[in-house]
Every structure is written in structure tokens, then in C-alpha cells.
Design a binder for this molecule. Structure first.
Ligand SMILES: Nc1ncnc2c1ncn2[C@@H]1O[C@H](COP(=O)(O)OP(=O)(O)O)[C@@H](O)[C@H]1O
Ligand SMILES: [Mg+2]
Length: 330
């Protein structure tokens, strides 16, 4: 499969905040003017600290967060949808094509349903099968793909470990045969020892079924080993995107560099001048003028406090939003 599955242009998600009765009207700019292409069949990583807007962006693409302005298009070769205006039957159809894998496999699974019923529920809700036999067949097929023991379909989720539960969540997300998956911190709640298991499962399913993943993680070391492309988000903006290998070998944005230097094992030669990320991410309802990172950037100069840098080409597939990236790269 080739081509672009998801394409956004200046996509913004703003949440109006109801303040005090006569107070100023506050708006949370959770996502601001994000332009991105996600290629079909890619395992696309989205990284950034907590509060940078990753979940909101993923949810906007699933039509689960309100799109305030901008464009977002989904095109899988069979259908093309303008996401902000999607409604009715087309929106229903899109829900089958685009699915979320939750972060917390403990919270996501109803304790009173059997594993079979948990996995079957989307088929029933979306009316995708016409008989119980057909539903059972679909459930068994996807369970086997997700390496769930078919004997376990009759049991309840409490009987299972975190890794097994996450495989059940994954099967539930995949049973409608979606094309696009948003995996939001899908291994963050798991023990490190089983993270690799679940990641391998996601990768093999992705290849096997030809899926496209938006893989959201605050953990760059996880992204390094799984994703083919990475986008770095800060305060609702994209600050850098590149193929994974390129991003890790030649990061350009000071924020990306700071995130990378927080993973010592990835940067063995550079321990001496690792830049610690200090301070906190500003509030998206009161962002600083200029480059949003200027309040924490060791390289910020006047222009950085006045003008917001645009995401621009810095290489073949490498984009960065920094006034000074050229000076800082040698
Ligand atoms: N429904 C909402 N209403 C108001 N603010 C929200 C809402 N959802 C998210 N936010 C705010 O948007 C920002 C980005 O949040 P989020 O997308 O969850 O970031 P991340 O997933 O990167 O941690 C945060 O400041 C968060 O408080
Ligand atoms: Mg999140």
C-alpha cells in the first residue's frame, strides 16, 4: 500500500473554558495548526511530554475530540472522508475504519463480560455481522491473531495479566477490521518485561493486516524501536518530524534534543553535554508569545520570544520549527 491515509492541514482543537462569571474568556489551545501526512502502512510515532496534546490529536483524528478549524482527510483507497464534516452513515462507517487502543487495559475491559463478549461488542454495536456464528468466527479469527488462547474466550478479564488484557483490548479494536489505529500509550501501563511482547504483537499485526498506526508515547525509547516516522509535539504544535532513524541520529529542535538526552542509553557519546529539560510545559490556555518552547530553551534569543517559527523543511523528509536550527547544527 502506498499513499497518504491521513492528512491534516492547520488542524486546531480549542476548548473554551468557562471561567468566573465576569472573568476573561479562556481558551485551551490543545492543538494549534498541525499539518501532517501519515502514509498508508506506516507505524507513525507521536511523542512529547504529558500535556503536549498527543491524546487530543489522536482523538481529533478519530472524531472523538472537536475539530475547531483546519482540514483533516482520511483516504484508504476505498473511501475518502473529510473528517471535520463527517456525519450520519459515513461517520458510522469511519468508526469501523478507525479505532483506538486504550492505554489502561485494567480500566478498559468490563469485568462482567466474557472475553468473547468484550471482543464481539463492536461487531454487534456496529451491526457488522448477521448471525451469532458469524460473530463467533470473527472473534475467533482475531483472537488467534492476537495470540489469545481460544479457551480463554469464555472467561472474564479479571483472570488475566496486564499483557493478556492488553491483547484482549487490541483484539477488540481490530475486530471491525479497521485500517487506521490510534494506539495511545498502549504499553505505558505494562511492566517493562511485557511491553516488548505487546509491541511485537502490534508490529506483526500491522504488517499482517496492512494497517496504519498512530503510535502515541511519552517514551522515546519505545518509539525508537517500533516507529518508522516520528512527530514531536510541544504545547499543541508539531516542532519536528522525520523518519525515526534520522530523528534519532540528527535531531534538530532543542526540544527533541532535550527529550533524547533524557534517554542516556541512546546517546552514549553525548553524556557530558546532555541538556536537561527544565521547568514545566506552559499552560495551553496562556501560551508564551513566539516559539512556545522559548521559556525553556537554552538557545532562545529575541526573535524566539517574538515570532513563532513555522514547521519547515530542513532535509528531504525532515521538518523542524526552530529559528536557529541551522546555527545549532554543525
Ligand atoms: N476536554 C478538554 N477540555 C479542556 N482542556 C482539555 C481537554 N482535553 C485536554 N485538554 C487540555 O489539553 C492539553 C493537552 O492534553 P492531552 O491531549 O491530554 O495531552 P497529552 O496526551 O500529550 O498528555 C492539556 O493541557 C489538557 O489539560
Ligand atoms: Mg495523553
Amino acid at each position: 500500500m502506498t499513499g497518504t491515509l491521513i492528512s491534516t492541514n492547520d488542524l486546531s482543537v480549542h476548548y473554551p473554558l468557562r471561567g468566573k462569571l465576569f472573568g476573561p474568556k479562556l481558551v485551551v489551545r490543545a492543538i494549534e495548526s498541525v499539518t501532517i501526512d501519515i502514509q498508508k502502512g506506516s507505524f507513525f510515532g507521536l511523542v512529547g511530554e504529558s500535556g503536549s496534546g498527543k491524546t487530543t490529536f489522536g482523538r481529533a483524528l478519530l472524531r472523538a475530540a472537536p475539530i475547531t478549524r483546519g482540514k483533516a482527510t482520511y483516504s484508504d483507497g476505498e473511501v475518502t472522508y473529510d473528517l471535520p464534516s463527517l456525519k450520519g452513515d459515513e461517520l458510522k462507517d469511519y468508526r469501523k475504519r478507525a479505532q483506538l487502543i486504550f492505554q489502561d487495559p485494567y480500566a478498559a475491559l468490563s469485568p462482567r463480560m466474557t472475553v468473547r463478549d468484550i471482543i464481539a461488542e463492536p461487531l454487534e454495536v456496529m451491526g457488522l455481522t448477521s448471525s451469532r456464528e458469524e460473530t463467533d468466527e470473527r472473534v475467533r479469527t482475531i483472537a488467534a491473531k492476537c495470540r489469545i488462547n481460544l479457551e480463554h474466550l469464555r472467561r472474564f478479564p479479571h483472570a488475566f495479566s496486564g499483557g493478556q488484557r492488553q491483547r484482549i483490548s487490541i483484539a477488540r479494536a481490530l475486530v471491525s477490521e479497521p485500517q487506521f489505529i490510534v494506539a495511545d500509550e498502549s504499553v505505558a501501563a505494562l511492566d517493562v518485561s511485557i511491553q516488548a511482547d505487546v509491541l511485537n504483537l502490534l508490529k506483526s499485526i500491522q504488517k499482517d493486516m496492512g494497517l496504519t498506526f498512530l503510535f502515541i508515547s511519552h517514551d522515546l525509547s519505545v518509539v525508537a524501536h517500533t516507529c518508522d516516522h516520528v512527530a514531536v509535539m510541544y504545547l499543541g504544535r508539531l516542532v519536528e518530524t522525520a523518519p525515526t532513524r534520522e530523528l534519532f541520529a540528527a535531531p534538530r529542535h532543542p526540544y527533541t534534543k532535550a527529550l533524547l538526552s533524557a534517554i542516556p542509553s541512546l546517546d552514549p557519546d553525548d553524556q557530558g553535554n546532555a541538556q536537561k529539560l527544565e521547568g514545566e510545559i506552559p499552560s495551553p490556555s496562556n501560551p508564551p508569545p513566539g516559539c512556545k518552547f522559548n521559556t525553556r530553551c537554552p538557545h532562545a534569543i529575541d526573535i524566539c520570544r517574538k515570532e513563532e517559527p513555522k514547521l519547515a523543511k530542513s532535509g528531504l523528509e525532515h521538518d523542524v520549527a526552530c529559528h536557529r536550527w541551522q546555527e545549532l547544527t554543525d
